[in-house]
Design a protein around this ligand. Structure first.
Ligand code: SF4
Length: 283
């Protein structure tokens, strides 16, 4: 497989101790991509035997809660991803996938192996071409719908399972095959150079997930050199947008059928969750 290395993180998976594995290769060319060395996948130096990656997981498994699959686009190498997901699950570890969502069919094959998905929403779905240069909006929406549908089906299964169990006076205990849902985070990288605030508000109305995160664009390392040195939006600007989204849903995200939590992510303050009107909570 084409492998771009690994790192440890306590913030990539909600405070869990995680091993992050970087997959090389991505068909997109987002100008603001901050892992440009992982995008092209042209170098033979990246070729790694998957057994080597198993070894990296084995060496740290005693200190880990989870493995995060990031990139690049991990679904670009579906077979390797599936093998590593299975390997991690067999060790009892939780799994997270970072994806652009452009491969819904591939995603469908491995949903049962994933606990958490961070899905990039680069623009309102009908503005993908205009903003990201690629006409993938429909594919990304398909991926999002697929995950939500999977969760809905599993919730229904859980309910039916409970009813069945009641009817059978708990004779059967689900045979160890308990159903579970996937935590879905949708996230957008914001800069006024390629998105307007109205675009962010439109995205907030179009998505359906557990958590929406507005991320700060950083101009330090980008795929497109022309972005170098551009100003990053301030954390306060991100907070203002998050609060505006909150007010769109009458200052109560519980009125929002699309997602219950919103957070902002900046280099200055890390992850911050909007908990009420104007309060924020550091992760
Ligand atoms: S930001 Fe993600 S989807 Fe875009 S080029 Fe980089 S790795 Fe690919």
């Amino acid at each position: 497989m084409k492998f771009g290395g690994s790192t440890f993180s306590s913030i990539e998976f909600s405070g869990r101790s995680s091993l992050v594995l970087f997959f090389v290769g991505c068909p997109l060319n987002c100008p603001y991509c901050h892992n440009p060395e992982l995008v092209s996948g042209n170098s033979n130096n990246d070729e790694t035997d998957i057994e080597e990656v198993f070894k990296i997981i084995d060496e740290s498994k005693d200190y880990l809660d989870a493995v995060v699959f990031s990139g690049g686009e991990p679904l670009y190498q579906l077979n390797a991803l599936e093998e590593l997901l299975n390997y991690s699950k067999n060790l009892g570890l939780e799994t997270k996938l970072d994806t652009s969502g452009i491969y819904p069919k591939k995603l469908k094959k491995i949903l049962h192996l994933i606990d958490y998905i961070a899905l990039d929403i680069k623009a309102p779905f009908d503005k993908y071409k205009e903003i990201s240069g690629c006409n993938f909006g429909e594919k990304v929406k398909e991926s999002m719908d697929l995950i939500n549908e999977y969760n809905e089906n599993n919730k229904i299964d859980e309910n039916n399972e409970n009813k069945n169990n009641e009817n059978k006076n708990n004779e059967n205990e689900n045979n160890g095959n308990s159903q579970r849902t996937i935590f879905l985070e949708c996230r957008t990288t914001y800069s006024s150079y390629f998105l307007s605030k109205e675009d962010i508000y439109r995205i907030a109305k179009e998505i359906r997930c557990d958590l929406y995160t507005i991320q700060q664009f950083r101009s330090k390392v980008n795929l497109d050199d022309r972005l170098e040195g551009l100003n990053s939006p301030s954390p306060f600007e991100l907070k203002e947008m998050a609060l505006e989204i909150n007010s769109i849903f009458e200052n109560n995200l519980n009125n929002n059928p699309n997602f219950k939590n919103i957070s902002i992510k900046s280099a200055e303050f890390g992850n911050q969750k909007i908990i009420k009107d104007s309060e924020i909570l550091n992760d």
